[in-house]
Design a protein around this ligand. Structure first.
Ligand code: FES
Ligand SMILES: [Fe+2]
Length: 364
């Protein structure tokens, strides 16, 4: 679907501004949204080997992802049922999960195994001491987790993303992680950050270099809301100033023709860059009502040149900084009480409208 050129009058009401700056609202969203939807828990290569584990924070809950010695993947609540100690930290290899407090042990599948001195406790019963389970699924270079243990993986959305990435010419299973995985904090509510990602109405103004490479016109920048998958796609800009464009990003002779920008609700973004081919994942989570943490990993098509990799990383960083600046200023405005709610542009911000609808739905 292509975005139309004319702007219709809005009929949807935007979320109340106070929802972006309120601690109780942030807590409601952790429970209703982040603990009931799919989040990135780890990168697949961290859990490739039997006996490996990685940790994550999901909706404010510590989670440990493991691949047990038989090769099966698990996601477990990473909290000791004894005195609530967080069990595992970081990532690594282990045969068992052992609590660093009183040394209770659990299998990598989360089964209670042993509590020292329990034999001196006549009333000790190990029933109910297994670690709580979460749902888990693998998708290309990512491992996704959902604290709702009964949740089915978002197959339709994941298949659609896989197909769209493949249609651009990138093999999701062959991409190679490049550079460090980077964490960054934004002084803005997570909804501001995601909403900003979902519209390119700001691109020509906020991202002048990005807009030299990508066609950000309303005619070519196509928006497609589809369930929990909110997508945009655009070709490389037709321009006579090829030198200027390629100073930002080389796109000639590459395998990947255009760009795609997906958001898997609520807060995982996946970008495919044109040219030799890069695949960038950023997942966000709220630290509080006023702060969002993003974690970014960049993957490249095999055999990509160092120059292209540098250009993608530099462009991503530049766009990220430009977005952060506007997100922080929007958050200041939104949190100030200066307006009651924002104004939605239903056509240019169709993905943002769909995002807000889903936020409302989950909050009931
Ligand atoms: S808190 Fe984990 S063993 Fe005591
Ligand atoms: Fe932006």
């Amino acid at each position: 679907m292509h975005a139309a050129t004319t702007i219709e009058p809005t009929t949807h009401e935007a979320l109340p501004a106070r929802w972006y700056a309120d601690a109780e609202q942030a807590e409601r969203e952790q429970h209703a949204i982040f603990r009931r939807t799919w989040q990135v828990g780890a990168l697949a290569h961290e859990l490739a080997e039997p006996g490996s584990y990685a940790t994550a924070d999901v909706g404010g809950v510590p989670v440990v992802l493991t691949r047990d010695l038989e090769g099966e993947l698990h996601a477990l609540v990473n909290v000791c049922p004894h005195r609530a100690m967080v069990l595992a930290t970081g990532a690594g290899r282990a045969k068992l999960l052992q609590c660093p407090n009183h040394a209770w042990t659990f299998t990598l599948g989360g089964r209670f195994r042993h509590a020292p001195r329990a034999d001196r406790e006549p009333g000790f019963c190990s029933d109910g001491l297994d670690l709580r389970r979460a749902a888990v699924c693998e998708w290309g270079p990512l491992v996704l987790v959902n604290l709702d243990a009964g949740a089915a993986p978002p197959r339709r959305e994941l298949d659609a993303m896989r197909a769209s990435v493949a249609a651009e010419g990138l093999d999701l299973d062959a991409v190679v992680l490049t550079g460090p995985v980077v964490d960054w904090d934004i002084k803005a509510n997570w909804k501001i950050v995601c909403e900003n990602y979902l519209e390119c109405y700001h691109c020509a103004v906020v991202h002048p270099d990005f807009s030299k490479v990508f066609d950000v016109s309303a005619e070519r920048y196509a928006l497609k809301p589809d369930g929990d998958l909110l997508s945009a796609a655009t070709p490389v800009k037709a321009t006579r100033k090829v030198d200027e464009q390629q100073a930002v990003l080389r796109t000639d002779g590459g395998a990947v023709a255009g760009s795609v920008w997906h958001l898997l609700f609520p807060a995982t973004t996946i970008n495919v860059y044109p040219g030799e081919g890069a695949f960038e994942v950023t997942w966000y989570w709220p630290l509080d009502a006023h702060t969002t943490r993003g974690r970014t990993a960049v993957f490249l098509a095999p055999g990509t040149s160092a120059g292209y990799a540098e250009q993608v990383t530099a462009l991503s960083l530049q766009v990220g900084e430009e977005d952060n600046r506007v997100c922080e200023q929007m958050h200041r405005g939104m949190a100030s009480g200066g307006i009651e709610r924002a104004t939605l542009m239903e056509v240019n911000e169709a993905l943002l409208v769909a995002f807000q609808r889903r936020v409302r739905e989950l909050l009931g």
